[in-house]
Design a protein around this ligand. Structure first.
Ligand SMILES: NC(=O)C1=CN([C@@H]2O[C@H](COP(=O)(O)OP(=O)(O)OC[C@H]3O[C@@H](n4cnc5c(N)ncnc54)[C@H](OP(=O)(O)O)[C@@H]3O)[C@@H](O)[C@H]2O)C=CC1
Ligand SMILES: O=C(O)C1=N[C@H](C(=O)O)C[C@H](O)C1
Length: 268
């Protein structure tokens, strides 16, 4: 499968180039960065720590997309919306791992998915998507006298909070309770905030060092606590999930899909 990596010089971009290199049946057809990026003209494989492969980083996304079958996109919400539009024009699979997406971005992705298979997830790992299924089940089993808190920690360079994974886990908990996350969510506490409101789903985001991605969902009851956690030890698991998603999406009809669809799990 001919794959384009956008944001190819980023932390995930370089990991994706390596994952494509390591996957039989996949080839890097182009590597894209924004206009003005210092990475333009550099060899994408060399940037990823591999022997040079001859694919130079460029800023011409549409020209790259029309020659490809899929795009792997871990960039920013604005860029991802633009790339989804181009993927729709080129009728190629779009794997969107970008987090921090707001409702207006999601609406544009939904519109693009009328013409392209788009697979979007805040976390492409098997472990987190299994965890989400467990969280939904536990939240459906326990009453609202069990408080739900989601704690995440990431590296110091992460720009969005709470993490896409934390939001995905919060959505799973909300689905289990048959409520809307937007109504139940408490993401900021500072000062005299008062006692916890029953039924709310709380988030806490920690940032520091080089942490790849830690997530813990805490169900706190009277006198006992249940905690479900996931620790990502290497970015390659997200990249391998993204490549798997692209292969799954090849030949699939246009639509907005999740990693749970790819893995055959409950949808989140
Ligand atoms: N779903 C999942 O499993 C995972 C999701 N993520 C998410 O992926 C995203 C990227 O993370 P990470 O790799 O750490 O971030 P980085 O900042 O390291 O990488 C993002 C890259 O995208 C580039 N970029 C930004 N805008 C454009 C554009 N318009 N055109 C082309 N390239 C662009 C950036 O360039 P420049 O720096 O020059 O702006 C940068 O090279 C985040 O939202 C993160 O949360 C991360 C890991 C796993
Ligand atoms: O920015 C990151 O690094 C990560 N982002 C994703 C998120 O926001 O959940 C996934 C992973 O935890 C790493």
């Amino acid at each position: 499968m001919r794959l384009v990596v956008v944001g190819a010089a980023g932390r995930m971009g370089r990991t994706l180039v390596k994952a494509i290199h390591d996957t039989q049946g996949c080839v890097l057809s182009a590597a894209i960065e924004r206009p003005g990026s210092p990475a333009l003209g550099q060899d994408a494989a060399a940037l990823a720590g591999l022997p040079a492969g001859g694919v130079k980083v460029s800023d011409d996304a549409l020209a790259a997309f029309v020659e490809a079958e899929g795009v792997l996109d871990f960039t920013t919400p604005e860029a991802t919306v633009a790339f989804a539009g181009l993927a729709a024009q080129a009728r190629i699979v779009h794997v969107a791992g970008t987090t921090g997406m707001e409702p207006q971005h999601l609406a544009k992705l939904e519109a693009a998915s009328r013409h392209a298979a788009i697979i979007r997830s805040g976390n492409m790992s098997l472990g987190v998507n299994l965890l989400a299924a467990m969280v939904r089940k536990v939240a459906a089993t326990l009453g609202t006298d069990w408080d739900i808190e989601i704690v995440e920690m990431h590296h110091r360079m992460k720009i969005d909070a709470p993490s896409g994974t934390a939001v995905l886990l919060g959505e799973a908990a909300a689905q289990g309770r048959a409520v809307e996350l937007a109504e139940a969510r408490v993401a900021v506490r500072d000062g005299q905030v008062g006692a916890r409101q029953p039924g709310t789903i709380g988030f806490a985001a920690l940032r520091g060092g080089t942490v790849i991605g830690d997530h813990r969902v805490i169900f706190a009851g009277a006198g006992e606590r249940l905690e479900l956690a996931h620790v990502a030890e290497d970015r390659s698991l997200f990249a391998q999930g993204a490549v798997k998603a692209a292969l799954w999406g090849r030949g699939r009809k246009p639509g907005l899909y999740s990693m749970a669809d790819v893995l055959g799990l409950d949808k989140f």
